[in-house]
Design a protein around this ligand. Sequence first.
Ligand SMILES: NC(=O)c1ccc[n+]([C@@H]2O[C@H](COP(=O)([O-])OP(=O)(O)OC[C@H]3O[C@@H](n4cnc5c(N)ncnc54)[C@H](O)[C@@H]3O)[C@@H](O)[C@H]2O)c1
Length: 260
Amino acid sequence: MNRLTDRVAIVTGAASGIGRGTTLRLLAEGATVFAVDVNGQALEALHADDVVDAEAKARLHSQVIDISDERSVKEGVARIVESAGRLDILVNAAGILTAGHTHEFTLDAWNRIIQINLTGTFLMVRETLPLLLESAHGGRVVNFSSTSAFFAHPYMAAYSATKGAITSFTHSIALEYAGRGLRAVNIVPGGIESGITAATPGLLPADADYSLLAKLSAALKTDGGLGAPSDVAAVIATLVSDDGAFITGTEIRIDGGAHM
Ligand SMILES: NC(=O)c1ccc[n+]([C@@H]2O[C@H](COP(=O)([O-])OP(=O)(O)OC[C@H]3O[C@@H](n4cnc5c(N)ncnc54)[C@H](O)[C@@H]3O)[C@@H](O)[C@H]2O)c1
């Protein structure tokens, strides 16, 4: 399918996991993609990846941005605007997970996850909105919530709080700018193979009660496995294309039936 020919997209968190999978999918559908991440080395590896053919590679650009840093976002987005001249799609996949007992969670750790997941999403939206609102196709924003915003995830209270806040933020901008052609949607993944899920066992407290995490397993993965980044990327490609024309201000849950 080539539903995104002539569209210009920014994907944050593009160096790994779901953001990387989304970058590859949007490229495959014909979009020009500005891959954004704080990890410049991993962004370079994306260019070297042979899953992207030469024609698509010509439409792949990368920009190092730390989304938690206002100056980095302003300067990085300005460079993209200078190069692309326009923007149709923003996918805010960058994020981190920290975990631990809430009674032991430090204020620094709390502030850091809010600054990256929530403030970073806000900064990227704020800096790109003027251009998204000028899009001839109608601007598209995809933000990353999580099933943790809707169903209890023990030891992840701070992470869950950022994802709940992103959900509300997305609803607000969806209504505020609907009249100007903008659509904004929350993606709600369950367990998906990524840097975050690979790191999760090492982040949980040593005395974690794993029985509390059992209900997070996907019904569709009887072996306890995870979904693939491409499972999420395929849905995002639909949402940002004209196939998603009547979808805004809502959540799309992609969790393999973990929470039925
Ligand atoms: N994988 C899952 O099971 C799952 C479930 C629910 C929600 N999510 C959400 O999906 C999104 C994608 O995460 P993922 O699972 O692919 O993880 P990932 O770790 O594979 O990818 C996250 C990317 O974000 C980048 N990043 C982190 N901090 C950044 C910053 N300050 N500035 C710019 N980039 C930064 C990282 O370098 C990394 O490349 C996240 O918002 C995550 O919370 C993931």
